[in-house]
Design a protein around this ligand. Sequence first.
Ligand SMILES: O=C(O)CCC(=O)C1=CC=C[C@@H](O)[C@@H]1C(=O)O
Ligand SMILES: [Mg+2]
Length: 333
Amino acid sequence: MTSLPSVGEVLADAVVVSLPMRVRFRGITTREALLLRGPAGWGEFAPFPEYADDEAAHWLQSAIEDAWLGPPPAVRTRVPINATVPAVDAARVPDVLARYPGARTAKVKVAEGGQTLDDDVARVRAVRALVPNVRVDANGGWSVDEAEAALRALTADGPLEYAEQPCASVPELVEVRRRMPDVRVAADESIRRAEDPLKVVRAGGADVAVVKVAPLGGMRRLLSLADELSSHGVPVVVSSALDTAVGIAAGVAAAAALPELQFACGLGTGGLFEADVARAREPVDGELAVEAVAPDVERVTALAASAERSRWWIERARRCHGLLEQRGVRFFV
Ligand SMILES: O=C(O)CCC(=O)C1=CC=C[C@@H](O)[C@@H]1C(=O)O
Ligand SMILES: [Mg+2]
């Protein structure tokens, strides 16, 4: 067991970066992150700006685990990843997919505000022409009726591996599963933003669980949740939280430590950035190698956030550290 390092230790080498994105994703065009260093390496603290401290504290716990304990033991050396296709025009799909050489699975964003179901159908069709296995992610954007209509349209010319978070609430997910028994439902927000991540599974609202290291509080917490989910017969998909190369390495390490890995992981989001804190690791045959990543000094300097934004992140990390202290957080190897 390791006790919580002091706030001074946690923030001693902290740097804040701002990564420009090639494509707008989840309404974001630059992604900010605070990177911190501990005895075992680097960790990433990057809760989305709108998250309250209560929730953001899990992300700090994850960063500290990574930097103070390092990854859990791996059982594989490579992990398959999916291509992530933002809600772009169908015509831009080949461009996006070109960044994922060898990917056999693609996740396509759908139900984007301001777009229509026809846009989604056209985008999914363009992806199917290039990648055999397709999943969609609606980020809770549909009502149950809309989900039913959309999933019928999106499966008219080919199957979907699953539909991620078609609706926002757990009862809606249960109802979508009842109405569309042939389409698997994956829960994402219903797991990563829930007080009790197993609630959606107990209610019968998920065939698959999307799990992300930082929102769950770290690699080891992800592994123990995956273990519980597996006892309910629900497999996991390890996915990114739009992390820099440091956070992606933690996701890859968690996926590498899972006893079973049935699905390609959503850890290919590095390709959505114009620049990252470490050299881009190219997928080979749709897989990423499991390896430690340290940020590159020159890149970090070039990507440094403004003094004002850095102060904002440092203050946020301090407040979250205070919450972890209050919660009596300890780390177990
Ligand atoms: O799963 C993937 O292919 C990539 C990760 C991804 O889609 C997401 C990362 C971060 C924020 C989310 O809006 C989004 C998701 O909803 O899964
Ligand atoms: Mg999702």
